[in-house]
Design a protein around this ligand. Structure first.
Ligand code: FAD
Ligand code: 2MC
Length: 378
């Protein structure tokens, strides 16, 4: 797992080359102009990154989670915000491939894999974030349709995405009363809030998704009635390690740029890179990222193998790697002095982008809740 084969390297290098050519040169500009580069997303999909661990018969790449975390690290070296959106899109596409009927798979997955259609994941609500099983968006069966009413909060890609996987209540309170639905953008009764003004992740939109008696055919139910929370959580196991990989990628770029900067910058008659105090900082930054990467690969391997400890391993990796990536990026800003604070150096943008990885896809407190449950139960 830790020694890359030629095939592993080829997959990783494809993502690296793509990020170098299409993401890195534009990342600061997209952040400032709040541009969501859908054309560039489709170029990534043409290289197989729209359905990385989706089966090949519906247009997916059929790769492993281990490949996926390496791909997302590379993409995030170019732009964490775009890499993270692609990660969410992959989560949605995989949920349909994994839990959909053959008919649903063939209807929705090919367009998602090519990113001709973009996907969004709708779990969070204004009154239910960490406590996701308390969600209140309703889906009521009416003949051969379901009628959805409620509001989803903070939905990445919303307004641009074509396909929304929505968790809504069809039954009892709690996780077992929740079902998942595939809702196309053109559904009457579906609308979107304003694009939120955010600290980071500016190269992708975040909006409310509002359902006001939105009707979808009953055939758009994903999985069984009452099985939606489980589907949502299974999606998030992979989502969490992919977001964590985006933190490692962002942190690694920040570190690499810091080494280059300290080699150029002189103070007190020497290069700053010659200061042992600063070298020790760099050594710690490198160590934190390598530890995060190692845990991520371990969690990805567990997901590939379906081991019993996969939920807590994904949570541990998400918590550890998103904290490590943010701390490294923040240290990199410090070591750039005042220039780190300027937009044109691209470091403050990485700090802003990585900050939210400690909050979304399950806050790092919730990751501790998940890990703690496994510790106490052991
Ligand atoms: P709350 O749940 O209200 O938590 C507030 C604080 O209390 C947090 O620090 C939390 O960790 C802490 N807390 C809560 N419960 C506990 C506990 N039991 N023990 C200890 N601490 C606790 N959601 C989607 O469904 N789809 C998306 O595409 C999406 N994209 C997002 C994009 C952005 C930019 C942002 C900011 C959020 C996005 N989210 C999305 C929502 C995100 O997942 C939630 O913000 C997150 O899960 C936390 O929920 P909350 O904001 O309601 O915070
Ligand atoms: N993988 C698989 N199954 C899981 C799971 C996981 N990670 N987590 C829970 N489940 C199952 C669990 O086994 C149980 O199954 P069963 O009914 O068969 O016993 C069921 O789901 C209910 O689980 P719990 O009893 O643990 O439910 P609880 O209400 O206590 O909450 C908690 C669990 C806190 C872990 C969950 O609510 C959670 O993960 N909250 C965080 C929400 C979150 O991550 N939101 C992210 C939104 S997406 C986003 O931010 C994006 C940017 C896309």
């Amino acid at each position: 797992m830790f020694i890359l084969t030629d095939d592993d390297r080829a997959i990783r290098d494809t993502a690296r080359d793509f990020a170098t050519e299409y993401l890195a040169p534009n990342a600061v500009e997209w952040d400032q102009s709040k541009h969501f580069p859908v054309d560039v997303l489709r170029k990534a999909a043409a290289l197989g990154m729209g359905g990385i661990y989706v089966r090949e018969d519906v247009g997916g790449s059929g790769l492993r989670r281990l490949d996926s975390v390496r791909i997302f690290e590379e993409l995030a070296k170019g732009c964490p915000s775009i890499a993270a959106y692609i990660s969410i899109h992959n989560m949605v596409t995989w949920m349909i491939d994994k839990f959909g009927t053959d008919e649903q798979r063939h209807r929705w997955a090919p367009g998602l894999c090519s990113m001709e259609q973009l996907g969004s994941y709708c779990l969070t609500e204004p009154g239910a974030g960490s406590d996701a099983a308390a969600l209140s968006t309703k889906a009521v069966r009416d003949g051969d349709e379901y009628v959805l009413t409620g509001v989803k909060q903070f939905i990445s890609g919303a307004g641009t995405s074509d396909v929304y996987v929505v968790m809504a209540r069809t039954g009892e309170p709690g996780p077992r009363g929740i079902s998942a639905f595939i809702v196309p953008k053109d559904t009457p009764g579906l609308s979107f809030g304003a694009n939120e003004k955010k600290m980071g992740w500016n190269a992708q939109p975040t909006r409310q998704v509002v359902f006001d008696g939105a009707r979808v055919p009953a055939e758009n139910l994903l999985g069984q009635e009452g099985g939606g929370f489980r589907i949502a959580m299974h999606g998030l196991n992979g989502g969490r390690i992919n977001i964590a990989a985006c933190s490692v990628g962002g942190g690694q770029t920040a570190l690499d740029r810091t080494v280059a900067y300290l080699a150029e910058r002189k103070a007190f008659g020497d290069r700053l890179l010659d200061s042992q105090a600063l070298q020790f900082r760099l050594a710690d930054m490198r160590t934190e990222l390598e530890a995060a990467r190692t845990l991520l690969w371990r969690a990805a391997d567990a997901l590939d193998e379906g081991t019993d400890d996969v939920v807590e391993l994904c949570a541990m990796a998400k918590r550890f790697a998103t904290d490590a990536g943010f701390e490294v990026a923040n240290d990199a800003l410090q070591l750039h002095g005042g220039y780190g604070y300027l937009a044109e150096y691209g470091i403050e943008k990485i700090v802003r982008d990585l900050r939210v990885h400690q909050i979304l896809e399950g806050t790092n407190e919730i990751m501790r809740v998940v890990v703690a449950r496994s510790v106490v139960a052991a």
